[in-house]
Design a protein around this ligand. Structure first.
Ligand SMILES: NC(=O)c1ccc[n+]([C@@H]2O[C@H](COP(=O)([O-])OP(=O)(O)OC[C@H]3O[C@@H](n4cnc5c(N)ncnc54)[C@H](OP(=O)(O)O)[C@@H]3O)[C@@H](O)[C@H]2O)c1
Length: 284
């Protein structure tokens, strides 16, 4: 079955992690895909790997924090495939764990540019294409903090709260337009973002519990990628303003029980990669 046959999807941050898993899920389900990220080399590598499996995929470099580059990405998809039906704002970055004032302002700004401005530029580029056609699906990828403040992860978490609010407001504004506007929190995933973590010096120990948390609740990115494919499919036709979370109470409970049983049985914890590097606190 190919539920996305005939659809064209644009995926920002599609060169690795969740974005690449989404691209794979979409091509498996019959879609054509355009992927983009800052590094032209990693985009080319991902495109070549997908094309080698027979997929109709194109890619281009794009820093989503730069409006002209996002507009170019939309035009690139139109030039390659004659238009697009789905736009996924997936590109995202996190900042070092640590208190807000100790963060390098440049890192804070980079987070805001990617996670906030990138989603704004991408959403506007997508809506401009969708609205005259009275169809299309915009999917914005949220993350930790989308519903509550997260101390020591303020730049990242507050950007995700902004994204949720922005996406749901956009959905309301265009409720009658025929365009589906959705946001999705994929929950924890084993990707580079969670394997290479930075902490402000003195806060490294605060990151250590991440090992246990990941063991209990992380999914491979292929699991949330399938949910994104579902959001893009005919199953959500006629709907808008959906806010979907991958990690629900049942999965949380299941992870706790599994970890509890492992500890009781004294089974060793499965090894997983977590590299924590220290960054000095910002000193103006
Ligand atoms: N991993 C998790 O546990 C987790 C949990 C909840 C939500 N999320 C969210 O899921 C999304 C994907 O995360 P991930 O874990 O797959 O991250 P990842 O493995 O670090 O991959 C991030 C992707 O985004 C691209 N990217 C970063 N900055 C960009 C920019 N300014 N412009 C264009 N592309 C950019 C990267 O490629 P380049 O470096 O080449 O630009 C890469 O393709 C993010 O929005 C993240 O916040 C992740």
């Amino acid at each position: 079955m190919e539920p996305l046959k005939g659809k064209v999807a644009v995926i920002t941050g599609g060169s690795r992690g969740l974005g690449l898993a989404i691209a794979e899920a979409f091509v498996q389900q019959g879609a054509c895909v355009v992927i983009a990220s800052r590094s032209q080399a990693s985009v080319q590598q991902a495109v070549a790997a997908l094309q080698a499996r027979g997929a109709r995929v194109q890619g281009t470099s794009c820093d989503v924090g730069e409006r002209e580059q996002v507009e170019h990405l939309a035009q690139f998809a139109i030039d390659q495939f004659g238009g697009f039906d789905v736009w996924i704002n997936n590109a995202g970055v996190s900042a070092p764990y640590g208190p807000t004032v100790a963060q390098d302002p440049e890192v804070f700004v980079r987070t805001v540019k990617t996670n906030i401005l990138g989603v704004y530029y991408g959403s506007v580029a997508a809506m401009r294409h969708f609205l005259p056609r009275r169809q299309g699906k915009l999917i914005n990828i949220l993350g930790r903090g989308d519903r509550e403040p997260v101390p020591l992860q303020n730049a990242y978490a507050s950007s995700k709260a902004w994204m949720r609010s922005f996406t749901l407001a956009l959905a309301k504004e265009y409720e009658q337009s025929g365009v589906g506007v959705f946001c999705y929190n994929p929950g924890l995933m084993d990707t580079d973002m969670m394997q290479e973590v930075e902490a402000v010096a003195g806060y490294e120990a605060r990151v250590a519990p991440l090992q246990t948390v990941m063991r209990m609740w992380a999914n491979p990115p292929e699991v949330p990628a399938r949910r994104v494919a579902w959001l893009a499919s005919a199953a959500t036709d006629g709907r808008t303003g959906l806010y979907v979370r991958e990690l629900g109470p049942l999965q949380i409970l299941r992870g706790v029980v599994r970890e509890g049983l492992r500890v009781l049985a004294r089974r060793p914890a499965p090894a997983r990669e977590l590299h924590v590097s220290s960054v000095p606190p910002y000193d103006p």
